[in-house]
Write a protein that binds this ligand. Structure first.
Ligand code: GDP
Length: 455
């Protein structure tokens, strides 16, 4: 395999930048452009060692920068190959210049995610572990990071592998019995087949269910703040965001755009849009906001419906409430302006989750946070649960589950063992696609295309 190089740190000014070289020719390339101080030679450096020295342009002998070189020897490196990392001064020009020297020393520019892809190809990581590397890089909260780290440690792989091993053991028994009838092997009991299949189905179902909650923690809750004009939607949004964002005026109908922002509520992240009210209007600009608002309501995961608690519910409030209830989404009723005294109470919204607050005075944030957290099961979510990193993994698990369920009902209906075997076999295949043990090249390529260069 060719030797590749890339800048592994962001291309921006900083204290240091790291240029990574990996492949058979990595140490030779490093030897050509890095001279350790004190007359040491790169060729003699053992794995996991560093040297301080200078980067030189081999063509002219000119010193380009003082830097550190770290050497890893195969297979004890991230990629499993010989690897050299040059930590130079973090200037954009210096970094690019050293990268060019690497290219001149026989390396080629690495593709997106190529270092991690090589780690996968060289058996250092499973596909699920490789995907978790990217999650760790993009993690914005502790829970996400923790779950990615657990996957990186191989927990997800072990759980999937556990299911697969059971299926493979069952397949082996079935095959022996079907293929060697004359051997007088004990028949595989129907109950044993069904027990193994239901166990596997249960484990996959659990993993799929955990994914939904995990996903919320990972990518944030798509949230719409809805309510008629002037109830305090923009003020509430500003309270959640912690700064003035939308224009707050006391004239009805001024929030016409759908503004999108992200607010962090404890461990949860809300992807917020403050929308126009849903009321019928003859003003065209406002109408545009109304149709956008309806679309967002259809797509979101959480609706925060705001009412002005200092005034009784009017027809417009009731229409909105009716519209929102019909959407059957997760819903929190906010009774805003509690500082002005309450005309509305929880009793006006039977069966709903109600939070009273004053957005203007910044009161009630804890109650709102608790309500969201409870609604999404974030409190009972076990941060040590291993979850799928992405839709690809989840889809594989869902397809495997479907095939296993089909196998289970076929077994219960007394269909031939041949037919059941084929279904179990195809489920096991799907699980191996999930872990990458048997993923088509196209699937693997797609996974690594999502990475950044240098990782
Ligand atoms: P929107 O049209 O629903 O976005 O409402 P705004 O956020 O623009 O607020 C309308 C008016 O209500 C503004 O004058 C706000 O200052 C006021 N307001 C918002 N929240 C509160 C609150 O909790 N208490 C009081 N007293 N006034 C509020």
């Amino acid at each position: 395999m060719s030797t590749v190089c890339a800048v592994s740190t962001p291309l921006a000014e900083g204290g240091i930048a790291v240029i990574r070289i990996s492949g058979e020719g990595a140490l030779e390339a490093a030897r050509r452009l890095f001279k350790p101080f004190g007359g040491k030679s790169v060729a003699d450096m053992p794995g996991y060692s560093c040297a301080y020295g200078k980067v030189i342009d081999p063509a002219t002998g000119e010193a380009v920068d003082d830097a550190m070189l770290t050497v890893f020897r195969a297979p004890h490196s991230y990629t499993g190959e010989d690897t050299a990392e040059i930590s130079c001064h973090g200037g954009i020009y210096i970094t690019k210049r050293i990268l060019r020297l690497c290219l001149g020393a026989g390396c080629r520019q690495a593709d997106r995610g190529e270092f991690t892809k090589r780690a996968f190809i060289n058996g250092k990581l499973s596909l699920t572990q490789a995907e978790s590397v990217m999650d760790m890089i993009s993690a914005r909260g502790e829970l996400t990071l923790r779950s990615a780290r657990l996957t990186r440690e191989g927990r997800l792989f072990k759980r999937i592998d556990g299911v697969k091993q059971q299926l493979v053991a069952l397949l082996a028994e079935l095959a022996a019995w079907v293929d060697y009838p004359e051997e007088d092997l004990p028949a595989v009991e129907d109950t044993a087949i069904q027990a193994t299949l239901s166990g596997a189905c249960a484990e996959l179902s659990r993993l799929i269910a955990d994914y939904d909650c995990g996903m919320v923690l990972r990518s944030g809750i798509d949230t719409v703040i809805a309510g008629k004009p002037n109830v305090g939607k923009s003020t509430l949004m500003n309270m959640l965001l912690g700064y003035e964002r939308s224009i707050v005026t006391s004239e009805a109908g001024t929030t016409r755009d759908v503004i999108e922002e992200t607010a962090r509520l404890g461990e949860l992240e809300l992807k917020l849009s403050d929308t126009a009210g849903i009321r019928e209007t003859s003003n065209t600009i406002e109408q545009l906001g109304v149709s956008l608002a309806k679309k967002r309501l259809d797509e979101c995961a959480l609706i925060i419906a705001v009412f002005d608690t200092s005034a009784p519910l009017d027809e417009e409030d009731s229409e909105l409430l009716e519209y929102i209830r019909a959407l059957d989404k997760r819903l929190i009723i906010v009774l805003n302006k509690s500082d002005l005294g309450a005309r509305l109470t929880r009793q006006d919204f039977p069966g709903e989750r109600v939070v009273e607050l004053s957005a203007k005075q910044g009161q009630g944030l804890e109650e709102l946070t608790a309500a969201v957290s409870e609604l999404f099961g974030a409190d009972s979510y076990d941060p040590d649960t291993t979850i799928f990193a992405n839709e690809r993994q989840k889809r594989c698990a869902e397809e495997a589950l479907e095939r296993l369920q089909a196998a289970l009902s076929a077994a219960m209906l007394g269909e031939t063992l041949d037919a059941v075997t084929v279904m179990i076999d195809s489920a096991a295949e799907k699980l191996m696609e999930l872990t990458g043990e048997r993923a088509a090249e196209a699937v693997v390529d797609q996974v690594f295309e999502r990475f950044c260069v240098g990782k």
